[in-house]
Design a protein around this ligand. Structure first.
Ligand code: TRP
Length: 448
C-alpha cells in the first residue's frame, strides 16, 4: 500500500506553518514579550529562532523524509537496531502530555468564541471581565466540555489522513487566519495612541531584559516552532523526495516568526492606546484585550474575529500533535488509522481533564508544588522538548552524520544548500550546548 503524503508544496507549507503557528504565537509570545520588556526580548528570541531553531527543524525534516516513516520508524530506518529510536518514543509520549494541557487553553478559546458570537461576552462591562474569565475556567463542566470539543475536532481532521485531512484543512484555515490577523492589525495600528505599542515592540531597551528572559526566549523558540517531539519529523516523512527542505525550513520559520510579530502588532498598540498594561501575563488575551475591544467602536465584531483566529491557530497545531502518536501506532502495530485516532483521542481527553480542573476543583492538588496544568506544561515544554531537540541534533551531528543529513537535504546533491557547512557546525556544537544550557536552567541546576 502506498503511504499517505502531502499533495503539493503549498499544502506542506500550510500544514507545517499551521503546526508552528498556534497558541504559542498568539497567546504566549505576546505575554512573555510583554513581561520581559518587549523589543529587547524579541531580538534575543529572533536570534534563538534562527540560530538554534532552524537547524533543529531541518534535522527533523531530513530524518523524517529519509526514513519515510513515523517518529520511531524513521530512526529505525536511518540507523537500524540502535537505541536512537527512543527519541521517537519520547516524542510520542510528549505529544500526549502537550495535548493534555494545550486542549485546556484551546477549550477556553472556543468558549470565548461561542460567548462572543452569542453576544454574552461582547456586552459585558470591562470591569466584569476578570470575574467572567475566572468563572469560566473554574467550572467543572463547561471547560471540560470545550476541551472535549477541541479534541473531537482534532481527531475528526486527523482521522481522514494527511492529504484529505491535515493538508485539506490547513490549506483552508491558514489563509483565513492570515487575513483575520491583517484586518485586526490594521484596526489596531490605526487607533489613536497606537504608536506607544509599536515602540514597545520594536525599540529595544536592554535594561529590562534579564538572564531569565534570555533563557525563556530560547525555550519558547522551541515550542513555537513545534520542535523537539518529532512533529516536523513526522510531517517530513510525508514530503516528496524532490521537495526542497532547506527552503521549506526557512519558509516555515519566517511564517511562524511573522505571525508572532503580527500578533504583537495586533495586541500591543491596542493595549497601549487604551492605557492598559502590557505585562498582565497569561490573562493578556482573556482579560486585557477584551477590555480593549469593549472600548473601541465595533469592538464586538473584532473580538469575534480575534477569537476565531486563535481557535484556527490552535486546531492546526493540535492536529500536528495528534498526528505523531497516530502515525506511530498505526504503522508500528499495523492498526487501522480510525481506531487508533479514536482511542488516542479518548486517552488524551482523560489525561487532560485534571489539567482543565486545575483552575477549579483540583486547584489545591499539587505535585512538586505545581498543579496538574503547570506540571504538564513544565515537564513537556521545559524538560521533554529540549531533551528531544538535543537527541535529534546529537543523532544528526554525531551518529548519522551531518554529511548524510546534508545529502538528504540537498536531494542527493541535486539542489544547492548554501549554508550546509554552517548547518553542520551549528548542529554538532552550538545547538547541543544551547539546549543543555536551557535544560540546566529550567530544571534549576544552574541559576541565572
Ligand atoms: N508550535 C505550536 C504553538 O506555537 C504548538 C505545537 C504544535 C508544538 N506542535 C508542537 C509545540 C510540537 C511543541 C512540539 O502553539
Amino acid at each position: 500500500m502506498n503511504r499517505d503524503g502531502f499533495g503539493s508544496r503549498l499544502g506542506i507549507l500550510a500544514a507545517a506553518a499551521g503546526s508552528a503557528i498556534g497558541l504559542g504565537n498568539i497567546w504566549k509570545f505576546p505575554y512573555i514579550a510583554g513581561e520581559n520588556g518587549g523589543a529587547a526580548f524579541i531580538l534575543v528570541y529572533l536570534i534563538c529562532i534562527f540560530l538554534i531553531g532552524m537547524p533543529v527543524m531541518l534535522s527533523e525534516l531530513v530524518i523524517g523524509r529519509k526514513g519515510q516513516s513515523n517518529a520511531v520508524g524513521s530512526f529505525e530506518k536511518v540507523k537500524p537496531n540502535s537505541p536512537w529510536k527512543f527519541t521517537g518514543v519520547l516524542g510520542v509520549g510528549t505529544a500526549f502530555i502537550i495535548l493534555s494541557f494545550y486542549s485546556t487553553i484551546a477549550g477556553w478559546i472556543f468558549a470565548y468564541i461561542s460567548r462572543a458570537i452569542t453576544g454574552k461576552l461582547t456586552t459585558i462591562n470591562p470591569g466584569e471581565l476578570e470575574g467572567f474569565f475566572g468563572n469560566l475556567i473554574s467550572g467543572s463542566f463547561e471547560p471540560v466540555l470545550w476541551q472535549f470539543i477541541v479534541i473531537f475536532i482534532t481527531a475528526f481532521i486527523v482521522i481522514s489522513g494527511i492529504k484529505k485531512g491535515v493538508e485539506k484543512y490547513s490549506k483552508i484555515l491558514m489563509p483565513v487566519l492570515l487575513l483575520l490577523l491583517i484586518v485586526l492589525a490594521i484596526r489596531s495600528v490605526t487607533l489613536e495612541g497606537a504608536y506607544a505599542g509599536l515602540e514597545f515592540l520594536f525599540k529595544p531597551d536592554f535594561s529590562s531584559l534579564s538572564a531569565k528572559g534570555v533563557l525563556e526566549a530560547l525555550g519558547h523558540a522551541f515550542f513555537s516552532l513545534s520542535l523537539g517531539m518529532c512533529t516536523l519529523l513526522t510531517y517530513g516523512s510525508y514530503v516528496k523526495k524532490n521537495e526542497k527542505l532547506p527552503s521549506l525550513t526557512l519558509q516555515i520559520t519566517l511564517a511562524d516568526t511573522f505571525i508572532a510579530l503580527l500578533a504583537g502588532i495586533v495586541i500591543f498598540p491596542a493595549v497601549f492606546a487604551y492605557g492598559l498594561s502590557p505585562d498582565s501575563g497569561p490573562n493578556l488575551i482573556f482579560i486585557t484585550l477584551p477590555t480593549v475591544f469593549h472600548s473601541m467602536p465595533f469592538g464586538g465584531f473584532f473580538e469575534i474575529l480575534f477569537f476565531i483566529l486563535i481557535g484556527i491557530a490552535a486546531i492546526t497545531s493540535t492536529i500536528s500533535l495528534l498526528e505523531v502518536p497516530v502515525a506511530f501506532f498505526t504503522e508500528e502495530f499495523n492498526l487501522s488509522r480510525k481506531k487508533v485516532t479514536v482511542l488516542i483521542a479518548v486517552i488524551i481527553f482523560i489525561i487532560g481533564v485534571p489539567s482543565t480542573l486545575s483552575y477549579g476543583v483540583m486547584k489545591d492538588m499539587t505535585i512538586f508544588g505545581k498543579n496538574f496544568f503547570d506540571l504538564a506544561d513544565f515537564t513537556a515544554s521545559n524538560i521533554l522538548l529540549p531533551i528531544g531537540g538535543l537527541l535529534i541534533s546529537l543523532f544528526v551531528g554525531w551518529v548519522w552524520g551531518t554529511r548524510n543529513a546534508i545529502r538528504e537535504a540537498t536531494n542527493e546533491g541535486k539542489i544547492r544548500f548554501l549554508l550546509s557547512g554552517a548547518y553542520g557546525f551549528v548542529t554538532r556544537f552550538i545547538v547541543p550546548i544551547g539546549i543543555l544550557v536551557i535544560l540546566f536552567y529550567s530544571t534549576g541546576i544552574i541559576k541565572p
